[in-house]
Design a binder for this molecule. Structure first.
Ligand code: FAD
Length: 385
């Protein structure tokens, strides 16, 4: 029997490919009529890049992504540089894999083509799942259209409002963070420098990086009261975004002006779950651990989950036991990354003197310890399955 994967986002497709690489079959049930996502960008830390390379996507990644040289954090009011982390060749030598930025759609189609080429993955589009259950020796997904699919095990890779999660825990709504994210692609006149740039300031921050082809991805986060908007395709009013950053630095204003139609969505969060698995059912990606975007690690965590889950399932033995081992292996790490993302959310929105003080203190500590600033990320980017 195949493994049932509910949801064909980055998490679901990663799991399908990771299983296929180990000779296991899967069926991906995706509610959308077509695969694809709003075409903004994604940062991939070395922890995710290393796994993607292991899945045979190294060449496609090199062709379709950019390796930024540095990540720079600046004060939005003064433009003052607060902290720099070296990426580029330093990332390769420090963490054994590069740091990459690319279009989301590029990653999604890379995963999809490799999964399809394996001959071990069936994707059913328009396959909305109504419920999931675990019975002795099998897992079953009931489809909204009335059919059902049986499998060896079932993974809910169905995102923030996972219905599979609701079969393991009592349903609870996610928590609105009070923040709205705007994102989009800006077409710039001149090719942008290969940098990840962040401007921080009270109640808002702005991130940009080039994704190739003259396009720059932008993410602007503002504190606002907009619970309810939860879609990458909710088209925002560019003028509203421009007003929010009207007193921002010139590169920020220029990037916003060059973004044709930004999308916006409210940001939601959930506390870590005490367990992800029951019988032959488990969770993966945002369904298990919704990740705020402030450490740029949500997709990376889904990719790590997929690698660990596929390894354990391919070892044979009882699938329910493999799911429990997966669950225990992944929860502490993803909870730590969630906590760091929340911490960054606070750090990025501090008033200037406070953020300058905190970033300054971190740099001084690094110097006193004789450590490179990048050493702070060894636990994150140096992770191996
Ligand atoms: C502003 C922003 C910027 C980000 N930037 C980064 C970044 O730079 N780097 C990074 O690593 N992460 C980033 N993230 C996080 C990352 O986007 C997510 O963590 C990741 O996409 C989660 O993938 P997923 O597959 O778990 O969930 P999703 O992408 O939500 O996919 C879930 C899929 O399940 C399907 N589905 C849902 N319900 C059902 C059902 N009942 N039946 C069938 N199908 C169903 C949905 O249609 C969807 O295709 C960012 C997030 C935000 C908000």
């Amino acid at each position: 029997m195949p493994v049932i994967i509910v949801g064909g986002g980055i998490g679901g497709l990663s799991l399908a490919l990771a299983l296929a690489r180990r000779g296991l079959r899967s069926v991906v049930l995706e509610q959308a009529p077509a695969l694809g996502e709003a075409g903004a960008g994604l940062q991939l830390g070395p922890n995710a890049v290393r796994i993607l390379e292991g899945w045979g996507l190294g060449e496609a990644l090199r062709e379709q992504s950019i390796a930024p040289l540095r990540a720079e954090v600046r004060d939005a009011a003064t433009g003052r540089l607060l902290i720099v982390n070296r990426l580029g060749p330093e990332a390769e030598s420090r963490w054994g894999a590069g740091y990459r930025v690319l279009r989301r759609t590029a990653l999604q189609s890379m995963l999809w083509s490799a999964a399809a080429a394996s001959g071990r993955v069936e994707v059913r589009l328009g396959g909305a799942v109504a419920s999931a259950r675990s019975e002795s020796g099998r897992a079953i997904a009931a489809l909204v259209d009335g059919g059902s699919v049986e499998g060896e095990a079932l993974f809910g890779c169905d995102g923030l409002r996972s219905i599979v999660r609701d079969t393991i825990h009592s349903p609870t709504p996610p928590r609105y963070t009070g923040q709205t994210a705007w994102r989009g692609l800006a077409r710039m006149a001149a090719e942008a420098e290969p940098l990840v740039q962040v401007w921080t300031g009270p109640r808002r921050h702005f991130v940009r990086y080039p994704v190739g082809g003259g396009l720059v991805n932008m993410v602007a986060v503002v504190e606002a009261d907009e619970a309810g908007i939860e879609s990458w395709t909710a088209e925002g009013q560019g003028a509203e975004l421009a007003t929010a950053f009207a007193d921002g630095p010139e590169p920020v204003r220029a990037t916003i002006a060059a973004t044709a139609s930004p999308w916006r969505s409210a940001l939601y969060d959930r506390p870590p779950l005490p367990r992800w698995s029951r019988g032959r059912i488990s969770l993966l990606g945002d369904a298990a651990h919704p990740m705020l975007p402030f450490l740029a690690q949500g997709a990376a965590m889904a990719i790590e989950d997929a690698e660990v889950a596929a390894r354990l399932l391919s070892q044979g033995g009882d699938p329910a036991a493999a799911l429990l081992t997966y669950d225990a292996a992944r929860r502490p790490r993803t909870a730590k990354v969630q906590a760091w993302s929340r911490r960054n959310a606070r750090l990025f929105h501090l008033p200037a003197p406070l953020s300058a003080g905190l970033f300054g203190a971190a740099s001084t500590l690094d110097r006193l310890r004789g450590a490179a600033p990048e050493a702070r990320f060894d636990w994150l980017y140096g992770w191996r399955a």
